[in-house]
Design a protein around this ligand. Sequence first.
Ligand code: 5FU
Length: 268
Amino acid sequence: MPHHKSSYTARAASFKNPTASRLLKLMDEKQTNLSIAADVTTKAELLKLADVLGPYICVFKTHIDIVTDFDQDLIKQLEALAQKHNFLIFEDRKFADIGNTVKHQYSQGVYHIASWSDITNAHPLPGEGIIKGLKEVGLPLSRGLLLLAEMSSAGSLAKGAYSEEAVRMARRNRDFVIGFIGQRRLSVPLDAGQEQEDDFLYLTPGVSMAQPGDSLGQQYRSPEQVILESECDVIIVGRGIYGAADPVAKATEYREAGWAAYQKRLGV
Ligand code: 5FU
């Protein structure tokens, strides 16, 4: 059976990486494939979103460097909320440098991302050294990495052969690379000696049920287009939820739409 026709739970066993298996299982347990892009700029707003939306999401996605009053207590409280509501934390750091540099950016600096973020991501642009560097830090902590195979923004250069090469890099590093940021499940010719396609997670930003895009190149698609037509696994929604008058009501709508599309995909 093709991977996308299997349930999240059934797919969990084929991942060696414990973060990938945990995510797949908790999605079925909580019946949600919704991730919130919590792009707010204060500690109080970020923690409030994590607490009120926690029950409805599988992944809480952060841009920690936009929080003006960041401190270690924010991390402590965010980790407690992740426990309370059973969601994973994904720092959308988009690393893009040589292996030796990203190793330090991931483990040190102000944010110590590796110490609290279950998942982070990297551009494949610099070549495989970026994965090797991040892996030295992240694998002993059982973290997972997503490669940016595609982006949602207009005119993105991440397409075609670039995206296909991202898949090949991921195949060679399946212990640490758990999937992709992308717009569709990528079908890439098998490598010599490879009998079947490896399963990967596809987390997809650029999701809105109300807008076609923004004034800065963002392009939106619906949960149904992402989960059913493009066979991705997680919808990532930012302004469509936290920008609404009632974020909990909106999160409920997105969660239901994402889940209905998943069930349709499974043929349930
Ligand atoms: F890799 C990507 C991408 O291709 N598009 C994105 O929009 C990441 N993003 C992130 O998803 C972006 O940095 C925001 O954090 C979020 C989308 O937010 P929106 O408010 O739903 O447009």
